[in-house]
Design a protein around this ligand. Structure first.
Ligand SMILES: [Mg+2]
Length: 418
């Protein structure tokens, strides 16, 4: 249905809740430009190490470069485009600073992805002495001034609406839609733009004359309940301004699984590939411990330059979050997967079947004293890394992976002299 001024609003309550969504514009590329001003205003692509474009600067997008485009093709068709390898540590540092700026406005922040967060700013107008739109504008200005990157901000009644808003104008957009106007926002967005509505659901809905988000939101609830799942019912309610998904500051405590993956310059070196996996395990177990969790299952996967993935899974006799315990097991799995002569480009470690560390029950066969000693070691590792930064202390096995350029890493020779 085309937008019409006479369409009745879905709700007339202006701000029963105010949810803000912030999204970094071409985030990885913008961080690169912020770090190196010589790259500013130029078409830029990150992802050299993966062989495909992972982020594209606004200038690159204007040329027509899209995500996932092979680097070789970009070099050929867009010779003016600059290509760099991803610097994920820098992206994470920028993300942290971005989220910290957001926390100045409200403590109710949910870090949703590396460059996206939700914040509940309900009731903050008086405290900040500004309307919701003005709060969004200030946030944008702070991030721009302090990080030298731009973000798009959406503010509305629910997460689903806020996400539609932040996408509505990009880059550097600010869209703030109160209750009485959400029907207009929904009419201006096709159904597939809605967060959580995938291509199969949107093609199903199109068959039932839902071309826009509005068409879906005005269907009777019984239609949604009869034809779709609980998830779509939730989205439907959120689109109508009813808050279903609260901003979850402690969301990370309810992980189903914790995974860490790393893509690197393709290599055949067994030692280097394994060291990447060890680094994944160190990071995943540290995250597990941070949230007081232990894992009962370990999965490792390896991807080759030809995009084949090899994986192995192992159930553990007892839940753990100790890297020292998991690495020897991971090595067994690695040896089962590793094929001599193949070039590898990515390793991943997944810890699943998570449960609270408090619930771990030892059996008669477990050596409780050694387990306690390992716990103490982990605790010290976590303390040091918290104090001096992630990776300040790590296992020797992951040393090669921590060198930026692999060829730079050579173990120094140390000899016994008499
Ligand atoms: Mg983004």
């Amino acid at each position: 249905m085309p937008y019409s001024k006479t369409t009745p609003p879905l709700t007339i309550r202006s701000w029963p809740n105010a949810i803000l969504h912030v999204d970094g514009d071409s985030f990885f590329a913008s961080v690169e430009q912020s770090l190196n001003p010589a790259l500013k205003g130029k078409p830029l692509v990150t992802g050299q190490e993966r062989g495909i474009a992972s982020a594209i600067s606004i200038e690159g997008k204007r040329l027509g470069i899209t995500r996932g485009m092979p680097i070789g093709l970009i070099k050929k068709n867009y010779p003016e485009c600059l290509i760099v390898s991803g610097n994920y540590e820098a992206y994470m540092a920028y993300a942290k600073r971005m989220f910290d700026i957001l926390r100045r406005y409200t403590p109710l922040v949910e870090e949703y992805s590396i460059d996206e967060a939700f914040a509940d700013i309900t009731g903050m107008r008086r405290l900040l002495n500004a309307g919701y739109e003005e709060i969004g504008r200030r946030l944008q200005a702070d991030i721009e001034k302090e990080l030298d990157i731009t973000v798009s901000v959406g503010i509305s009644l629910t997460k689903t609406l806020a996400k539609l808003c932040s996408k509505f104008r990009k880059p550097h957009g600010l869209t703030c839609v109160k209750g009485g106007y959400i029907h207009i926002l929904l009419q201006k967005n096709s159904i597939d733009k809605v967060w959580g509505i995938g291509s199969s659901i949107s093609s199903f809905l199109r068959k039932y004359n839902c071309a826009t988000a509005y068409d879906f939101a005005v269907k009777p609830l019984s239609f949604v309940e009869d034809h779709l799942t609980k998830k779509e019912v939730e989205i439907y309610k959120e689109l109508r301004g009813e808050l279903v998904y609260p901003v979850e500051i402690n969301k990370k405590e309810t992980y189903q699984s914790i995974s860490k993956a790393k893509t690197f310059t393709p290599t055949r070196s067994k030692e280097h590939i394994f060291s990447q996996l060890v680094k994944n395990i160190e990071e995943a177990t540290a995250k597990c411990r941070k949230y007081g969790l232990t894992a009962k299952e370990l999965v490792v996967t390896f991807r080759t330059q030809q995009f084949q993935t090899y994986g192995q899974k192992a159930k553990l006799s007892r839940p753990t979050a100790s890297s020292l315990e998991l690495i020897p097991l991971a090595e067994i799995l690695f040896n089962k997967c590793y094929v001599i002569g193949l070039e590898y480009r990515q390793t991943m470690c997944i810890l699943t079947h998570l449960s609270s560390a408090k619930d771990v029950q030892l059996t008669l066969f477990d050596n409780s004293l050694t387990i306690e000693q390992l716990d103490n070691i982990d605790e010290s590792i976590d303390d040091i890394n918290k104090k001096f930064g992630r990776g300040a202390i790590h296992l020797l096995d992951s040393l090669p992976a921590r060198y930026k350029v692999r060829s730079e890493f050579k173990m120094p020779t140390l000899k016994i002299v008499v």
